[in-house]
Write a protein that binds this ligand. Structure first.
Ligand code: NAP
Length: 233
């Protein structure tokens, strides 16, 4: 199988890449940092020498770069089984006092990236009549997450996009899944001082993604809500 994972150099995206490689899946990842991409590629190649690991520096907030990444992957692969729209940014703040550009930049990165990525890959997936698209939403897709104004708006929008896509692809054999994690250890949390088990491990999110992929084609998990055992932060 072949999987695209956006934002594959850190946190949840990197954990998904690692698990999918363990399961025998070739991966294509992007991020804004060429240095990080090469470091992750070389780390993964050390453990999985037989797997293909494509990398391309991409800023997913820029539609032309997303399209270029899609073309790059399509120039290597003539089939794509899995697309995980994972790349995202979190900017803390409230709608009432955020800078004007904060919502625009988060919607560009957290919503439009997935829209353009999906549009680029669907011409390969549709003729296959099979495939799985997973959009990394958030519990902030379900509730107003405190002090996360524009982020919450962007993740509600991504969930809305996921629902419509699910409906439109229902008859085409392509599954569409919304994964909605609560607090998960990743670079996004910086060096917050909390016990390890207060947040989920990124691998837990990777495991539910794999679970959604390995079901028979007649089943789709539409929404996956996964939280730390001790609840939200
Ligand atoms: N961690 C959580 O608690 C949590 C909870 C719910 C949902 N999520 C969602 O899960 C996803 C992954 O989050 P994470 O916590 O794993 O974050 P992370 O550790 O900060 O990793 C984000 C990944 O996305 C890449 N990325 C960010 N902006 C990008 C851009 N404009 N273009 C290309 N790549 C970009 C990053 O690489 P570069 O920075 O080098 O580009 C990195 O590889 C996000 O969509 C996030 O909203 C996270």
């Amino acid at each position: 199988m072949k999987a695209i994972i956006t934002g594959g150099t850190k946190g949840i995206g990197k954990a998904i890449g690692q698990l999918f490689l363990e399961k025998g899946v070739d991966i294509a990842i992007n991020s804004r940092s060429q240095v990080d991409l090469e470091a992750v590629q070389s780390e993964f190649k050390g453990s999985f020498p037989e797997r293909e690991i494509l990398i391309k520096q991409t800023d997913v907030s820029k539609p032309e770069e997303v399209k270029a990444f899609g073309e790059f992957v399509k120039s290597h692969w003539d089939k794509i089984d899995i697309l995980i729209n994972n790349a995202g940014v979190y900017v803390m703040g409230q709608l009432l006092d955020e800078d004007e550009d904060v919502m625009v930049s988060q919607i560009n990165t957290n919503l439009y990236s997935a829209v353009h990525m999906t549009r680029s890959i669907l011409p390969v997936m549709l003729p296959q009549n099979a495939g799985t698209i997973i959009n990394m939403c958030s519990i902030a897709s379900l509730m107003s997450y405190p002090n996360s104004g524009s982020y919450t708006v962007s993740k509600f929008a991504l969930h809305g996009y996921t629902k419509v896509l699910r409906d439109e692809l229902k008859e085409k054999g392509i599954r569409v899944v919304a994964v909605m994690p609560g607090a998960t250890w990743s670079a996004a949390w910086g060096d917050i001082d909390l016990p390890k088990d207060r947040l989920m491990a990124a691998r837990d999110i990777a495991l539910v993604c794999w679970n959604a992929v390995e079901l028979s084609p007649s089943a789709v998990i539409e929404d996956i809500v996964i939280r730390p055992q001790l609840g939200d932060l």
